[in-house]
Write a protein that binds this ligand. Sequence first.
Ligand code: BTN
Length: 281
Amino acid sequence: MSTEYLLSNHDILTVENISKNADKISFLNKAHIFCYDTVDSTNEQGKRLAQKGAVHGTLITAEEQTGGKGRLGRSWHVQKSAGLLFSLILRPQITLQEASRYSLIAAIAVCEGIADAVDLQPMIKWPNDVLLNGKKICGILAEMIPQTDGIDFLVIGIGVNVHQKKEDFSPEMQTKAASLTMFTTKPLQRAVILQAILSKMDVYLQQYQQEGFAPIKEKWLSHCAALGENVSVLSKNTVLQQGKFIGIDDEGALLLESKNGAVTRFVSGEVSLRRPSEQYF
Ligand code: BTN
């Protein structure tokens, strides 16, 4: 049985609520914010709008998705209004190899935005899940249409679990996922959390433009869980390799050092990471 989330007016994702006092966010423009009640997927809608010429910084939000998409071909289902579901269209002039860096920037922004808005300290699980107490509270799905000389646009889709109660997750998911409300007694307003995340996106997009990837990588590593630990790399629940998680390279690929010192790189679209003893992490 699904829970009805009765919202205060402040919690509803409207253009007004999102753009209120958000002048500091350089890419955000009221005219380019699209708030849907129901949509198939904010990423799909983002791609449709981008193909029709939507500008850099276009924001798409939804109270509910009928075909929400996760990484590795999974679905992403959230009860209506329980999650913060949004996609941001970016049009950077970059190569295909550089595109993964934008997911890393998004993960940093989610961690720091949540810390600012809610006073909780999430961590990143490679490649870009965001966790609290070892449970996933946010997923990020970046999509793009490759061109011969780079990309036309990027759609960064972010789903933060905000209001879900434990019983809103299936028994299997309860061991792996949680929502912000499970970790705080403060009232949560999704538009406020969204603004905080977008502010941080703005900071790190500008830093990347001005200073390159090195400081972004450092920042990402500072929020990263399990760095320096022994981990397993899995493909479809099968362990491919175990070793020490020593960092990421300039394309965001995971670097795993085996006992003999050899380093293998794993690309995020193909595999996931586990601590050997844990179910999700
Ligand atoms: C993951 O598998 O961890 C990524 C989940 C990404 C979910 C978000 S919700 C908003 C946006 N629209 C989608 O269809 N997916 C992303």
